[in-house]
Design a protein around this ligand. Structure first.
Ligand SMILES: Nc1nc2c(c(=O)[nH]1)N[C@H]1C(S)=C(S)[C@@H](COP(=O)(O)OP(=O)(O)OC[C@H]3O[C@@H](n4cnc5c(=O)[nH]c(N)nc54)[C@H](O)[C@@H]3O)O[C@H]1N2
Ligand SMILES: Nc1nc2c(c(=O)[nH]1)N[C@H]1C(S)=C(S)[C@@H](COP(=O)(O)OP(=O)(O)OC[C@H]3O[C@@H](n4cnc5c(=O)[nH]c(N)nc54)[C@H](O)[C@@H]3O)O[C@H]1N2
Ligand code: SF4
Ligand code: SF4
Ligand code: SF4
Ligand code: FES
Ligand SMILES: [Mo]
Length: 898
């Protein structure tokens, strides 16, 4: 980096080539330059001129935010001339609204008001315009727009266009009619706006405010608590604005990794479920057709007694536990310990099974480690993307903003997905491949790379094994065959391969379109094959990047809430690992791997599993074939649930424990990029609800094990990081601000942004896998002629126990639809909003049709967010033979007008 110096208010300050005066000053800790229109990470417009400074020898004052720093500049940030100019600017701005800014309380955080006080500016001497041409607009209970307070700084527009790249608003009209407008100058609610609220965070005045926070507290009455978002695996860092123990607002932590201040609609507005009157507040014991309240002692004694009884009669393997990917690491650690140590079985699993288990298994086989290889920080810098089976703008919205930023800066993007997802709009090539065709498509790509000599020979020889077998297999998939299976043109397939090879490195990103198939593990290994062949693994802006789903699903895996590994992926079947944990935990441990979720659930009906403990999962809505899943749950001899709400699953419980939710306990989450970040407590759980780790500890005590750790920090610092070498260097004191990315082998290790650096794989050499394409288990026929694929939508999260209880989110989306193509809609004679019946061999649902070009002819697409019309009444309970992951992305259905 090219460093020089300039003089600011008599101090010699370094600047980096390309920096503005403002950036150089702030980096040096000089905060005397006020700003209004300036917004970090966006192009300066220099429009408000409140940041002016005096540069020695310059005739006019210079806007610090838009003037490049130069060697030898002598700058005054606070001279009389500067102050006079600023006063003028502020006075004009105060007068530009139609109300008295100095008594406005809109959000109590107005930067203009603060400047007025700083520069001692009295109530404006200019006359107010006589009447307002503006209206006040309340959108979906979430965002208030009061343009009478707008100072036309343009920050909202840049936040929307340049940070989030949602392009929902712009500066409209001319001259004195200038105004911030949506596309058709409609309300936010009737526009393309996705309610990320980035514009609200950017607005310096009260023109844009979060409606839920209005009137709840002023900045000086709140404390800001940094924490991690409770929804997806991006792991965005939030600031909770807390007053009297209550969250009144959430903003993005501006300098936090990975999100740099950005949030999506759920992270920003999805916090108030914790205050729902539906919260579980006391232990419940089944009684007749319902439940009765019980004391903790009674409920814990009952469960412990039942465990003892079943273990005595049927052995420990008649018990099984499903852990929670939503709550903190320390809870999952404690639950797997309860099962392994106090009950004596490895029958412990969690929802990674139905999600990214193919990733864990597939990448471990190919690379030696089953995690995302690179970091979110690479997304904004990458030059070439292959994104497949990932609806990132809805499922991982903040990660998607960085991809869109890169594309805006010239990166190339290839999207392969059966649906024309939003990212396809940004793509150089959109390949509309058929559901379930990925292995064939990728084999076809590799055929082109090998026959046209476009692959990285040196890397393949140096870093990988199994190339000859791969090549032989791939030769069975010439472009003509592969393209026919994938339903794209041969030219397109070849173009994708050639483009991918033309930029190095390219980054590959995938999610559930790859994993949730009976061939999920093979799909994952295909992605690994492709990236090794291109020589892209082990470099910044390259690698294979599965974005993990739940906020702490990476962590639940890391903690060993899996039937085959202890914390830190130490294998249960490895005698040395077992011996180590036997010493640490002071018990003899079971030697064989435990059961996976589908086997546990099936075991309830066959009688091999008598006792099931479901911690924070809503199986009755989330598993394929709801009727069957509920039949299994109803067959349990004894079912225990920890949850924060009554759910479709807790209906089947014998005992329900009320748990602390996100922000009611201290702990950690691990995000998709292997980053362990802090989660902080701001209030006590409601009623008698207790932290999950405490519940497991109390049960262990009743089973004869006294555990000493007594909070999240003790569990992590004294147990987890001692036992898991990849986490050895992570202690709470090291992650007070940004989290650390594992492996972190020692206390002085900075963490690992990129795995398998330079092609040095965790397992020595990367392993190519020769793979054949297999179709989904159920394909369309004359009775069920359409393919059903399923997934999620932006405004809700899974079974909606949380987002369904947040003000505003239901206003944005309130029911399930069946998404179909215009061609199929015409054939069926239905329009958007008209009811249709969708039927599969498992069941049927009646929902409204949503006719959209996103979906190709022959495909029906649905989510599983709503009980009514849940796609899982239809989905097929068939599983990948290796990972036992359900084929939620493909089954056969018929559809008719209802
Ligand atoms: N808003 C919201 N965000 C979420 C969640 C949520 O419930 N709501 N859940 C979180 C969780 S746990 C997860 S796992 C992630 C999931 O994140 P995603 O996997 O991105 O979400 P899905 O909606 O399942 O989308 C899968 C994509 O795969 C495509 N697809 C379907 N079949 C195929 C195929 O055969 N091949 C290919 N290549 N693509 C295919 C679909 O068209 C869809 O675009 O989202 C997380 N984020
Ligand atoms: N058709 C179809 N089905 C799918 C999928 C799909 O793509 N298509 N995707 C699958 C995937 S990837 C996933 S991950 C699963 C998700 O399936 P689930 O994990 O079952 O879904 P959630 O609704 O997230 O359930 C989380 C539960 O935990 C509770 N909870 C939240 N926080 C806490 C806490 O701190 N403590 C306790 N004790 N409880 C808490 C919530 O109230 C809720 O009941 O769904 C799967 N099902
Ligand atoms: S909420 Fe997000 S999408 Fe909507 S206008 Fe604001 S920045 Fe744009
Ligand atoms: S709405 Fe706020 S951010 Fe947007 S131009 Fe007006 S004052 Fe600036
Ligand atoms: S992208 Fe994910 S982690 Fe970030 S705010 Fe949205 S839901 Fe939360
Ligand atoms: S902050 Fe520099 S011109 Fe507005
Ligand atoms: Mo997931």
């Amino acid at each position: 980096m090219n460093k020089s110096t300039l003089n600011i208010d008599g101090r010699i300050v370094d600047y980096i080539s390309g920096e503005t005066i403002l950036e150089a000053a702030r980096r040096a800790g000089i905060y005397t330059i006020p700003t209004l229109c300036h917004l970090k990470d966006t192009k300066p417009t220099g429009s408000c001129r409140v940041c002016v400074v005096e540069v020695e020898g310059w005739r006019t004052l210079a806007p610090a935010c838009a003037t490049a720093a130069a060697a030898g500049m002598v700058i005054k940030t606070d001279s009389e001339r500067v102050t006079a100019a600023r006063k003028m600017v502020i006075e004009l701005l105060l007068a530009s609204g139609n109300h008295n800014c100095l008594i406005c309380e809109a959000n109590g955080e107005c930067e203009l008001q603060a400047l007025a006080y700083r520069y001692n500016i009295p109530a404006p001497s200019f006359a107010f315009p006589p009447e307002t041409p503006y209206h006040l607009e309340d959108n979906k209970n979430l965002i208030r727009r009061d343009l009478s307070k707008c100072i036309m700084c343009g920050r909202c527009v840049r936040a929307c266009k340049e940070r989030q790249v949602n392009n929902a608003i712009s500066i409209g009209y001319r001259g004195s009619h200038n105004k911030i407008v949506t596309m058709a100058d409609s309300s936010y609610g009737d526009s393309d706006c996705v309610f990320c609220g980035e514009c609200v965070q950017a607005c310096p005045v009260g023109a844009l405010v979060a409606l839920k926070s209005v009137g709840l507290g002023r900045p000086w009455e709140t404390t800001k608590v940094r924490t991690t978002c409770p929804y997806c695996g991006v792991g965005c860092q939030q600031l909770l604005h807390v007053r009297n123990g209550k969250i009144i607002k959430v903003t993005g932590a501006e300098d936090g990794a990975p999100n740099k201040g950005r949030l999506c609609v759920k992270g920003r507005f999805g916090y108030d479920f914790i205050y729902s009157p539906d919260r579980l507040t006391t232990p419940l014991i089944k009684s007749g057709d319902g439940f009765r309240e019980a004391s903790w002692d009674e409920a814990l004694d009952l469960v412990a007694g039942k465990i003892k009884e079943i273990v005595a009669k049927h052995g420990p393997d008649a018990c099984a536990g499903i852990s929670c990917a939503r709550s903190i690491n320390e809870d999952s650690y404690q639950m797997q310990k309860l099962f392994r140590v106090a009950i004596g079985t490895n029958n412990i699993d969690h929802c990674a099974r139905i999600c990214h288990a193919p990733t864990v298994a597939g990448l471990a086989a190919s690379f030696g480690s089953g995690a995302m290889t690179n970091s979110f920080a690479d997304f904004a810098k990458a030059k070439m993307f292959y994104i497949t089976g990932s609806n990132m703008t809805e499922a991982h919205p903040v990660a998607a903003t960085f991809v869109k930023n890169a594309v805006r800066n010239g990166a190339q993007l290839i999207v392969a997905d059966p649906r024309r997802v939003k990212l396809a709009e940004f793509a150089d090539i959109y390949a509309p491949i058929k559901v379930g065709s990925d292995v064939a498509f990728i084999n076809g790509l590799m055929h082109v790379l090998i026959t046209e000599n476009l692959y990285d020979k040196d890397y393949v020889e140096r870093c990988c094994t199994g190339f000859e077998a791969l090549k032989a297999k791939v030769m069975e998939y010439p472009p003509e065959r592969a393209a026919a299976i994938a339903g794209v043109s041969v030219d397109m397939l070849k173009e994708v391969a050639r483009r991918l090879a033309s930029v190095k490195p390219a980054i590959l990103i995938y999610t559930l379109g790859i994993t949730e198939h009976t061939c999920g593990v093979h799909n994952v290994m295909s992605c690994a094959n492709l990236q090794m062949l291109l020589g892209n693994v082990g470099f910044e802006c390259g690698g294979v990047n599965p974005i993990r789903g739940q906020n702490n699903v990476q962590g639940a895996c890391d903690m060993g809430a899996l039937p085959n590994v202890y914390p830190g992926y130490q294998r249960v079947e490895d005698p040395a690992a077992r011996a180590k944990f036997e010493v640490a935990w002071g018990v003899k441990l079971p030697e064989k791997n435990g059961l996976m979720i589908p086997q546990m659930i099936e075991g309830l009906t066959t009688g091999t599993i008598k006792f099931l403990y479901v911690f924070g999962e809503n199986l009755a809505n989330a598993e394929p074939d709801i009727r069957h899943a509920e039949h299994c749950l109803a067959s349990a001899e004894f079912l225990v649930c920890n949850d924060i709400f009554p759910t479709e699953t807790t209906r089947f419980a014998d005992v329900i424990f009320p748990a602390a939710a996100w922000s009611e306990d201290d702990g950690t989450f691990a995000s998709s990029e292997r980053r362990v970040s802090r989660v902080r407590k701001v209030s006590e759980p409601p009623g008698q609800a207790k932290p999950n780790w405490w519940i497991f500890k109390e049960l262990a005590k009743r089973l004869g094990h006294d555990w000493t750790s007594n909070n999240g920090q003790e569990i992590w610092d004294n147990e987890v990081s001692h036992l898991a070498p990849i986490l050895a260097g992570i202690k709470y004191y090291r992650i007070e601000e940004d989290g650390l990315q594992w492996p972190v082998p020692s206390l002085d290790h900075p963490g690992t942004c990129i795995m398998h650096q330079d092609g040095c794989f965790t397992c020595g050499q990367g392993r190519f896998m020769a793979l054949d394409w297999t179709p989904p288990a159920e394909v369309p026929d004359k009775d069920y002629p359409m393919v059903l694929s399923t997934g999620r939508r932006l405004f809700h999260y899974h079974t909606r126990t949380q987002t369904g209880r947040c003000l505003g989110l239901n206003d944005l989306l309130s029911e399930e639809t069946a998404d179909i193509s215009p061609a199929d809609a015409a054939r069926l004679g239905v329009k958007t909003g008209e009811p249709v019946r969708v039927r599969s061999r498992r069941g049927e649902v009646k929902v409204k049709a949503r006719v959209t070009e996103e979906v190709p002819p022959g495909l029906v697409w649905m989510s599983f967010h709503f009980r009514e019309g849940n796609a899982n009444w239809l989905t097929n309970p068939v599983f990948d033979p290796i990972s036992q992951t359900a084929e939620l992305k493909a089954c056969a259905v018929q559809i008719e007008k209802a």
